[in-house]
Design a protein around this ligand. Structure first.
Ligand code: NAD
Ligand code: UD1
Length: 349
């Protein structure tokens, strides 16, 4: 694969899951780069209001289809009505704990849903794809920093297993049919929001992830944060992760889209390469927002790894992508979104 852009022309891209967190920011990035966007989302965890706000941010229209990747007829309809050049596939379920309780839902939506989408693409003769994978596929024993040259490891949840399975499906497809051009992106920990404060992360129920939990404590929706463990073998005893700004991640997708100019299957880490601890995250948020975050130390969360981060050098060399927004910007943008929308999309914007 070389680093040249596929084309300078406008592409029409189908973004599944485009009303969700990362998808909505990627729609903004693709529109800003001049592409046309069609969104498919069943709104099981997304928000139609996100689409309205994207249109406000970009002053462009988005063609929105409400439906599921599991619905083959609906997919055929979309591909026949729209002249799609490429697909960015975000649609899926992502709560690790739920996946342990509801494995069949996770395999149905994440694995069968992707196979269904790929079959529809094949019928429509569309063979360029960007896929949302996760750092979790490196598994529990991988060496740090994670590099794409390392094999996939043993995943601890049906969620992680579903991502690893789809990666394998995509590899096999690219081997079987040389028409395919597939970029597999392994995300580290996306946080933050668009700088307008109009779109951001709005998880249903109690947030599982650190950043939305801190943000909800800051607006008074939760009394305090539980820090899961302070006795890890890390500099301050709390876990360390590679947090990256969701707009950097979104721009990584636009770059990937524009580089689907090769035959086969390529994997890239999208992360900063810099680990940050839970305590450092709390301090950085307090510094950016001026709001005190009460916390207490709680037992370790089962399944958590002490620390991991990306080696992002392949994405830099081949996609010409680096995460350039720092921790302070991530915190300021999170705070702008959360303080302007204390109840997420259900509050008046
Ligand atoms: P999200 O839940 O906000 O977005 C997913 C979107 O897909 C939602 O809008 C949901 O309504 C939609 N969806 C779900 N099932 C669907 C179906 N069957 N058909 C159509 N639409 C459907 O999640 P996100 O954080 O934006 O994550 C997007 C993708 O990135 C997911 O595949 C997720 O597993 C992956 N990922 C996320 C993270 C993260 O930290 N957020 C990390 C690694 C990978
Ligand atoms: C989690 C998922 C992972 C997924 C990633 C991004 C688990 C075990 N892993 O990873 O598969 O790819 O989200 O969506 O769920 N923390 C607290 N208090 C909280 C919440 C989190 O202390 O209320 C700590 C955690 O222990 C962890 C860090 O904050 O050390 C980050 O947690 P989180 O945001 O959930 O991300 P990951 O655990 O990296």
């Amino acid at each position: 694969m070389n680093g040249a852009r596929m084309t300078d022309q406008q592409l029409t891209v189908l973004i599944t899951g485009g009303a969700g967190y990362i998808g909505s920011h990627t729609v903004v990035s693709c529109l800003t780069a001049g592409h046309r966007v069609v969104v498919l989302d069943d709104l099981s965890n997304g928000h139609s209001e996100a689409i309205n706000r994207i249109e406000r941010i970009c002053e462009r229209t988005v063609t929105f289809y409400r439906g599921s990747c599991l619905d083959a007829e609906y997919l055929d309809q979309i591909f026949s009505e729209q002249s799609i050049d490429a697909v960015i596939h975000f649609a899926g379920l992502k709560a690790v704990g739920d996946s342990v309780r509801l494995p069949l839902d996770y395999y149905r939506v994440n694995v069968a849903g992707t196979v269904n989408l790929l079959s529809a693409m094949q019928r429509a003769d569309v063979n360029r794809l960007v896929f949302s994978s996760s750092a979790t596929v490196y598994g529990v024993e991988a060496e740090i920093p994670y590099r794409e040259t390392q094999p996939r490891g043993s995943t601890t949840s049906p969620y992680g297993a579903s991502k690893a399975m789809v990666e394998r499906v995509l590899e096999d497809l690219a081997l079987a049919d040389p028409q395919w051009s597939i970029i597999n992106l392994r995300y580290f920990n996306p946080i933050g929001a668009h700088s307008s404060g109009l779109i951001g992360e709005d998880p249903h129920g109690v947030p599982n992830n650190l950043m939305p939990f801190i943000a909800q404590v800051a607006v008074g929706r939760r009394p305090y944060l539980s820090v899961y463990g302070d006795d890890y073998a890390t500099p301050d005893g709390t876990c360390r992760r590679d947090y990256l700004h969701v707009m950097d991640l979104a721009e990584g997708h636009t770059k990937a889209l524009e580089r689907l100019n090769f035959r086969g299957f390529e994997t890239f880490n999208l992360g900063t390469g810099v680990p940050v601890s839970v305590i450092e995250m709390i301090r950085a948020f307090e510094h950016a927002s001026g709001v005190h975050i009460p916390y207490e130390i709680a037992p370790r969360r089962p399944g958590d790894l002490p620390e991991f981060w990306a080696d992002p050098s392949r994405a830099k060399a081949q996609l010409n992508w680096t995460a350039h927004r720092g921790l302070e910007t991530m915190m300021l943008d999170t705070w702008r979104w959360q303080s302007q929308n204390p109840n997420g999309y259900s509050s008046e914007g």
